[in-house]
Structure formats: C-alpha cells, structure tokens
Design a protein. Structure first.
Ligand code: SAM
Length: 233
C-alpha cells in the first residue's frame, strides 16, 4: 500500500507515521509513505500558498495552483489524462465529508495507492478539489486546524488492515466494529490474576473455550448497549 500525502507540514506526517506499528510496516515494506510539501510547488515568489477568500469572510484559503502542481508531481501527466473516476483515489480531509468508519477503512485497504490532501486555514479553493478529489472524508463532527491528524488517523486505521502489518493475522478480526457484528470489544485482562483486590473474571481462567466465547459475546453486547446503542440499531 502506497500513501501519498499533500500537506504544508510533511514533517508532522513523517514523524507520526514512522513510529510504532506503522513505522515497522514501512521498514518491512508493507506500506510506503511519500509526504509532499505543497509549498514547494507555489509559483508565488514569497512562497505564499494562500490568499483572501472571494466574497469576504474570516481566514485565508489555500490556492488551487500549488495544490494542483503538487498533485501532478505525484501522479504524472498520464494519470491526469484519465477521467477522474478512473484515477487512483485522492481523499480530501474535510469536516464537510462523509464520516470515516471501519467499513471505509476496509474499503480503502483494498487500494494499491491512496493520496491524502490536507487542508489548512479555512480550506482549499473549490476548483482544484473538483479537479482532483475522488473522496471527501471527515474523521468526526468537530473542526481541527489542519488535515494532517485526520490523514494520519486514516492511514493508521487502513494500515492495520493491510496483510502482514499487524503480524498476527487475526488481530484485526476480533475487534470493535469488526465486519461480523459491528459491536464494541469485550474487556481484556492480562497478568497478574489479582490487581488492587480486583480479580480477573473466573471464566477467563477456566480454559473452557465455549464458555469464554459466550462470556465475551455477552460482554460485547452489554458494552455496546450501554456505550453505543446506535450500533445495535
Ligand atoms: N472552514 C472549514 C469548514 O468549516 O468546514 C474548516 C477548515 S479547518 C480549520 C482546516 C482544515 O483542517 C480543513 O481543510 C481540513 O483539511 C482539516 N480538518 C479539520 N477538521 C477536520 C475533520 N473533522 N475531518 C477531516 N479534516 C478536518
């Protein structure tokens, strides 16, 4: 899986993704990261990439030209000759997008290459979005200062689903929001058997697989009912 990221802060992306499990996945070649600085592509002599919004209003808007040229540097002229629907996916991170979830992560994990476009300030000139963006995605109903954290959230969730990244192939199957039941995960325990007077539930020490499975299913259901009843609808 190849991730390209169009951003004004490539070092933020590189530091975030080159850490922990995703960092190891890069080293082992399961995923790759190409963070491109949009500012490197501005034609403006002082290096500006933003300007005042037409029609007035607060804040600045990222200009179309540097974003388009940064995108072109990644995909090349040939890709641009194709209809947008036939090109590799370009995800614009925006609060005005469809809310990201595990089903979307599964769908994106089937791609070979994804480009993330991170906005800053008030956003990006709509014309370049029309030209290059295939998916508008939000990570939740709140507004952040930039698209870098949302892009990292998506890359992390997608990477975990790329075969080989987690090491143990089952690790992403038996989890919250899994494709089978879309419920929250049951409580987990590890050693010691007793911590501050609190004991690990007896059933987990029994070695009885069927009873353990039943207990976990009940716990999942109860937790989902209390914390996220919307998932059961
Ligand atoms: N003016 C925009 C609006 O009201 O929808 C918000 C712009 S926000 C300050 C700057 C950038 O942060 C956005 O262009 C987007 O890339 C990113 N961003 C902020 N919140 C986000 C969210 N919930 N999901 C995805 N991206 C987000």
């Amino acid at each position: 899986m190849k991730f390209n990221v169009l951003t004004l802060f490539p070092e933020m992306i590189e530091q975030g993704i080159n850490t922990s499990i995703t960092g190891r996945a890069i080293k082992e070649g399961y995923i790759s990261l190409n963070a491109v600085n949009i500012r490197d592509y501005t034609n403006e002599k002082h290096g500006h990439v933003d300007d005042y919004p037409y029609g007035g209003g607060a804040g600045m808007v990222m200009q179309a030209q540097p974003v388009y040229d940064a995108y072109k540097s990644i995909v090349g002229e040939e890709e641009l000759k194709k209809e947008k629907e036939m090109r590799k996916r370009v995800v614009f991170l925006t609060p005005a997008g469809k809310t990201f979830n595990q089903r979307m992560a599964e769908e994106f994990a089937k791609e070979e290459e994804i480009t993330f476009l991170c906005g800053h300030y008030e956003g990006i000139d709509e014309r370049v979005l029309e030209l290059i963006v295939t998916d508008n995605v939000s990570i939740g109903d709140y507004v952040l200062t930039g698209g870098e954290l949302p892009a990292m959230v998506m890359m992390d969730a997608i990477s975990r689903l790329v075969p080989g990244v987690l090491g143990n192939g089952d690790s992403s199957v038996d989890e919250s929001f899994n494709a089978v039941n879309n419920m929250l995960e049951y409580p987990q325990y590890t050693r010691p058997e007793e911590f501050m007077g609190m004991k690990v539930p007896e059933v987990l020490l029994s070695g009885h697989h069927k009873n353990i499975e039943n207990w976990r299913r009940e716990q999942s259901l109860e937790r989902t009912r209390i914390r996220r009843p919307d998932l059961l609808d």
